[in-house]
Design a protein around this ligand. Structure first.
Ligand code: GLN
Length: 337
């Protein structure tokens, strides 16, 4: 599709916005795509309707564009890792957190256990499961309830309304998450995490089971795009000093062993989850949320990757295009404002 098809010169009083029209076009184009499989290693996730599909964009000045099942609830899964990393940074500061979890991409799958050994002082990065469990173990609180409430309160600021945990998904993960449990025990043995192992694992399973819809995803991403201020509620969700840290690890590690290809081609800080959600952040511009449960072999949503690819190409959203002044989003949006 060429730029002209976006209606750059459209009259906003008579026509739908070019962004809304483009989302509708993408939705129609990719709805027939049925490649991939829903995650089934967490039994509750296997129950999802694989055909669900929604795309949402929220701008840093609070405009919302959405198509598809934007109200459908699903669980955040690994997307939570980026936000918990921000919380750990706020709780302890950058230098302490960096002694507990690194920032190196692994090129390994998200649930890989192979690089956890005694010679590595800390898990590689906070976006893989081991690193995320280590990050969650840093969350402050006198007891499990206080830690859970602090976590829910943090997510409330990002989504702009009360946050809830899906109890069925939480129990499903808790009872079948032997691999995550094994990693936590190994990390405990290596002195990487403290004694609150079971408590921290519960908190990890709870953050993964947080209920959101696709609009929430886009608002969370737009909050990161907007220096930590939720563009809908104007509430500061995270200290602005840590937004760059979160976006850096999302950029290098957020899409697991597809992160290099993603950085090259799409060029945006992003995070996926096995629920089928993806968030992508265009700093100072927009947050993107996509939800479609069928996953590729990396555990990333098949349609989600395609949609982000198309949006990045259409609007030149790659960070380096942004840095070189080639981003076309603001220009396209201007007829709206
Ligand atoms: N809760 C999932 C797990 O721990 C999260 C994985 C993911 O979304 N990639 O395995």
């Amino acid at each position: 599709m060429e730029n002209d098809d976006l209606g750059l010169s459209h009259d906003s009083t008579t026509e739908p916005s070019p962004i809304q029209a483009f989302l509708k076009h993408l939705y129609t184009q990719y709805q027939p795509l049925q490649a991939g499989k829903v995650a089934s290693y967490i039994p509750e996730l296997a129950k999802v309707d694989p055909d669900l599909f929604s795309i949402c964009i929220v701008t840093v000045d609070g405009k919302v564009f959405e198509v598809g099942d934007a109200d459908q609830l699903f669980t955040l899964q690994s997307i939570s890792k980026a936000f918990m990393y921000g919380m750990a940074l706020e709780d302890h500061g950058r230098s302490y957190v960096s002694t507990k979890v690194g920032v190196e991409p692994t090129g390994d799958p998200f649930n890989s256990i192979i690089r956890l050994d005694e010679s590595s002082k800390r898990p590689d990065n906070p976006m893989i499961n081991a690193g995320a469990i280590a990050t969650t173990s840093l969350i402050k609180g006198a007891d499990p309830t206080e830690r859970l409430n602090r976590m829910l309160e943090m997510f409330r600021r990002y989504i702009g309304h009360e946050a809830f945990v899906d109890m069925s998904v939480f129990m499903s993960e808790r009872t079948t998450g032997h691999r995550n449990r094994a990693m936590a025990h190994l990390m405990r043995n290596f002195g990487m995490i403290d004694d609150r192992l079971d408590e921290s694992l519960d908190l990890y399973f709870q953050q993964c089971s947080l209920l959101v819809n696709c609009r929430d995803l886009a608002v969370m991403a737009a909050t990161l795009a907007n220096r930590g201020i939720n563009p809908i509620t104007d509430e500061q969700a995270i200290h602005p000093d840590y937004v760059r840290d979160i976006l850096s690890v999302m950029y290098t590690c957020g899409m697991y062993n597809y992160a290099g290809q993603w950085a090259y081609q799409i060029g945006l800080p992003a995070k996926s989850g096995v629920c089928g959600g993806i968030i992508a952040v265009v700093p100072n511009q927009i947050g993107i949320g996509v939800f479609s449960p069928r996953l590729d072999s990396h555990g990333n949503s098949v349609r989600g990757v395609k949609i982000c690819e198309e949006l990045s190409r259409q609007f030149n959203l790659h960070l380096l295009d942004l840095a070189m002044g080639r981003c076309k989003f603001a220009e396209t949006q201007s007829p709206l404002s």
